[in-house]
Design a protein around this ligand. Structure first.
Ligand code: 13P
Length: 312
């Protein structure tokens, strides 16, 4: 498959984000018709972005990695998207799903073996890194466990924060490109639990390893908290995952409280689909402007990459 030149690996996108001094949103449209809305937001604001879907989302909404990738590349082409974009497979445990996604054109994959003991997590993640790197694809792995409020991405609710020394060993031994850390945020809507971020822990992890840090559970976290995590002195978080806020906006715009399958979403009338897309686009734009500081950065991204290429 011929990938457009602005479809980047996660490693390239996050190292550029770090040089430029912003974070990238990793947005899960959950439904394939909403991929268009996420991309449209990035193009409108000239913000680089990541489009993602997890293994559990693929299962829940009845989507295959190739159907998701096909719609992504179709929209990239039809909407003439010009900003840097990464196509990322979020939380995945099954190796066959990772292989399928890589074959379908994903440029980044996440192996989530965080429930395993450290040594096993290292072994499983390293095998994925070796396979993905052979195929020119980046990898995100997870250490420590990120809590959940609605059980869509992970099954357990315990919190186990990432240990900085373990993070250093984990990154050295796996050579993962990005690391999802557990520092207080949780997947889903915050109701009883309140969002918090352990900044000291983020700093301690970053002091021990130059790996790109990923914060999951971006929905419902106040923007000042997020910006502080992104702007930590020696480099903070450079990828923030957001899923729930997008789906809530979509469902609210349709006046429904229950989720759909992807097929049900595709069967909506053109008017309703457009209403939904507008709602999702507006949430994504709000995050890009107020939460990530990534709007109007596309040109800077290209100039950093061109400068790096020229100096080689
Ligand atoms: P939210 O659903 O809380 O935004 O979390 C998304 C996420 O972290 C997916 O990996």
């Amino acid at each position: 498959m011929n990938k457009p030149l602005n479809v980047w690996t996660l490693k390239k996108a996050l190292s550029t984000a770090e040089q430029v001094g912003c974070a990238l949103g990793s947005f899960s449209p959950r439904y394939t018709p909403m991929i268009a809305a996420v991309l449209r937001a990035g193009e409108k604001l000239q913000s680089p972005l990541i489009v993602q879907i997890s293994q559990r989302e693929l299962e829940r909404y009845h989507i295959t990695p190739s159907a998701f990738a096909e719609e992504f590349y179709r929209q990239m082409h039809e909407q003439r998207i010009s900003v840097p974009v990464v196509l990322h497979l979020d939380h995945t445990k099954k190796l066959e799903v990772i292989r399928e996604a890589i074959a379908a054109g994903f440029t980044s994959v996440m192996i989530d073996a965080s429930e395993l003991p450290l040594v096993e997590n290292i072994k499983t993640s390293k095998a994925v890194v070796d396979y993905a790197h052979e195929h020119g694809v980046s990898v995100e792995a997870e250490l420590g466990m990120i809590g959940t409020t609605d059980y869509v991405e992970t099954e357990k609710d315990e919190e186990l924060y990432t240990d900085p020394d373990e993070a250093q060993r984990f990154v050295n031994e796996t050579q993962t490109d990005a690391l999802a850390v557990s520092v207080g945020t949780a997947h889903g809507v915050y109701t009883v639990r309140q969002p918090k971020i352990d900044y000291e822990r983020l700093k301690a992890i970053r002091m021990r390893t130059p790996v790109h840090l990923v914060l999951h559970g971006g929905s419902g976290v106040p923007s000042e908290m997020m910006l502080k995590a992104i702007r930590l002195p020696n480099g903070g978080v450079s990828k923030v995952n957001v899923a729930t806020d997008l789906e809530l906006a979509l469902l609210e715009s349709l006046g429904r409280s229950e989720r759909m399958t992807d097929a049900e979403c595709k069967a909506l009338s053109a008017d309703k689909l457009e209403l939904g897309r507008a709602a999702v686009q507006s949430v994504v734009q709000d995050k890009m402007i107020n939460f990530l500081d990534s709007s109007n950065r596309a040109a800077e991204f290209f100039s950093v990459v061109n400068k790096d290429a020229a100096s080689k």
